[in-house]
Design a protein around this ligand. Sequence first.
Ligand code: HEC
Length: 503
Amino acid sequence: MERTAQLSIPNPWGIAFDAWGQHIFAETSGPDVRWMMPGSIKPVYGVASPISPTLVEEKHMVRPTSGLEYVYSSHFPAEMQGDFLINNVIGFLGTKQHQLTDDGTGFKSIHRQDLMQSSDPNFRPVDMEFAPDGSLYIADWHNMLIGHMQHNARDPLRDHVHGRIYRVTYPSKSLVAPAKVDGASINTLLDNLRLPEYRTRYRTRRELRGRNDKEVLTALNAWVKDLDKNDTAYEHNLLEALWVTWGLNKVDKDVLNSLLGAKDFRARAAAVRALRYNGHRITNQLELLQKAAADEHGRVRLEAIVAASWLDKEDGLSILKIASLKPMDVWMKDTYERAFVYLNGTYKPKENREEILTDPKFTAAEKEIFKKGKEIYLRDGFCATCHQKNGLGLQSSGFPPLSGSEWVNQNSERLIKLTLKGMYGPIKVKGANYPGQVPMTPYGGMLKDDEIAAVLSYVRNSFGNKTSFVLPEEVKVIREKIKNKKGFYTSEELLKDHPHEKK
Ligand code: HEC
């Protein structure tokens, strides 16, 4: 067992592998999709490993996401192969499609299209996968209530009955003839490994793992010898063979060595990954990793850096030293630096430096309140989940900004009311209209008076805001005043009692 990637994210509800074994994951609570490999160094207890930059274009960021899949199906157009799909269940209700291309050591993505979108407010696409016939299946959980348990577990609106599965096809292209996997002969299974459909190869590799290893390895040997070296897919076919042998816990050294010297950097990187996990079977693992650390492509070097972090100090550092001789881009830097201090035993956590904490204007007590407020703000399911760490919100998901917001920086009673009871319906913030299909969570039942005061004091003094602190006594009075108010506030209702201040 290992912690593959110990990252500071709550729920990776979507992990997908590309044709070369690189994986990306959806952060789910946040809008980000990231490449996982740079964060997969050997973690230190209680410390989050470095996380790579997000791949999603800012104007197409949505949350909360659930389900991630690469497009690898010859039923869909050629230019879409290798795109990734991501579902979203609040605000934007549907599936976004992003084009993904190699960029330096890592990747770059551009939004291609919204593959599917629904106006049904209960549409909750949560998972998807390409079927054996090349069509795409998307599961809609179809539920009115979703969230972080802010609704009662026995709420009668919880829907245990409805749900749909959608099947997406590309009508002007014919479907794929499903490959035989279950019960197929070993030779048929090996030939499946040449098919363009990732999911078919994936199911095939799983089937092969369950077969007699001697029979598979004998047939595989012949299959590898028969491969056409001039085929553009030759190195990929060879990689599939490597994965089959690894799947049987009998990684093939000759195939591994050929791939470590492959022309395609993606094949070399995949080979280094296999090398990382098979050190107990490959006697010259160290020497091979040292060679990979000097590779001409960053992705191969980064695989070697990550692998080094799992070795003992002397071996690991010898690999890092070689890697350090070549330039490092944004994908490599943090991973390299962290792997180095972990191996060297010199890691020191960074101190949290917040402007307000060094400002003599604030008392020690206020600084403590600010710190407590920040901790609450950043809890999963609390403010940062929707309004983001930087307080800028997410326009395309319907989460308004707190930075510079009149709702934050003006009347504190109005701010306390909306935080205690939540908000719903159309709202205007900093001149922009939000349709308000997304509710703002009510925190009255989750946070005590001093906690509400702390988080609001933090919000009123962060992201460029500079306003007075909110006091627990004021929260207490307002909580009592509105105790009989049922349900969410609307913007209209709040503005009737507390209109915006005239500038
Ligand atoms: C589940 C997502 C979500 C969470 C979590 C959340 N909010 Fe909101 N918030 C919203 C939405 C959506 C609106 C707009 C509501 C409407 O349409 O009436 C909003 C509105 C607001 C507003 C008024 C508009 C603005 O942008 O200034 C404030 C202030 C606010 N939230 C503060 C907070 C604070 C403080 C927390 C944490 C204690 C928090 N929110 C947690 C989604 C969220």
